[in-house]
Design a protein around this ligand. Sequence first.
Ligand code: CTP
Length: 393
Amino acid sequence: MKVLIGITGCIALYKVAELVSSLRKSGHELKIVMTQSAQKLVSKDLFSAVGNCEVYTDSDAFDIRNGFIPHTELSKWPDVLVIAPATANTIAKLSYGLADNLLTMVCLAYSGDKKLLVPAMNYRMYENDATQENLRVLRNRGWWVLEPSVGHLACGEFGKGRYPENEVVQEAIEILASEKPLKNLKILVTAGPTWEPIDPVRIISNRSSGKMGYELAKTAVRLGAYVTLISGPTSLKTPYFVNEVVRVESAQEMFDAVIRKFDEVDVVIMAAAVADYTPAKISESKIKKDTEDLNIPLRKTIDILKYLGERKNNKILVGFAVETDSLEEYAKQKLMKKNLDMIVANKAEVMGSDQNSVIILKSDGTVKRVGPDEKSRIALVILSELVELRNRS
Ligand code: CTP
């Protein structure tokens, strides 16, 4: 994707060097426009080097060579236009349609609808009615305005005005840049392990990290779906733009949360490693090590996916199968037994890793092998298969 980044004169602009570098590593083609105040803080050479790209400044604005008029040509170039950080001054100029430097000229000439603003400034400047009014105007004109975070500001004060984490900015850019084949679909994704309590301090669980489910939820948002993530306990950060996140612990809690949402959604992807057994009775106090052997009676948990398969109507159901052996054979059995449209089989040893290697089996008998690859890329393939299933139904 072609991303044009406008950089304005806010102290936080040093953080944008990392964003530029990360966008470059993700394969995006970049161009940068810096305002004069931005250049007072950091040299354009830094951004040119980390982004391996051209950096334009006001001195280029009227440097018309061979018919190349910088502001109009630059305005036609990007798939996504980003201003990060965006000062109160530039925000005000955009709101009034001023074009007094190269960046505002480019913005005024830009006719695309993928435009992102990342305000960062002192919290009083941000909260000022003038800035808030200007942001409202820009939102109404189709700018996606990211909320600044709350925290310590360069001026030493504390409040809402901090440049958000680059991860958030990059994810917003990826969302803008992506096609939206899952638009108008509501997808429920479950992720992570469950915790089955034995007593107040002990649990039975499994090695699931939740990474595959989180990647699926994040990628489904990029592709335009409205996503609810129901997550068992994980150490992962809550994905920023997932529409709803519900946290649960036990298999029973996961069942209750899934059932509450089931009627509203079009697709369920059960990536969670739900415990199959739970202690029949939870001890109210900590069990003491008084005996040599300890037997804990277990009872089967409800199979959530099977339950959904019996009440499927026209919803699409996707399961996962974690196996140590006979991967394809067991996955095929689960696909049929649970009345699924698709099942993703993977080896137990990938639990917790960033990589995965899967076999995707569909109810029409097709089989696809993917990987080894990053879980984020595997998620994209799984969701492309989902698009295919949806187009068929
Ligand atoms: N699953 C579920 N509820 C359970 C157990 C599993 O919804 N109580 C779902 C998982 O989320 C997964 C699929 O069923 O999508 C298969 O899970 P897996 O653990 O591979 O298989 P099981 O059906 O539990 O069978 P087994 O443990 O005997 O392999």
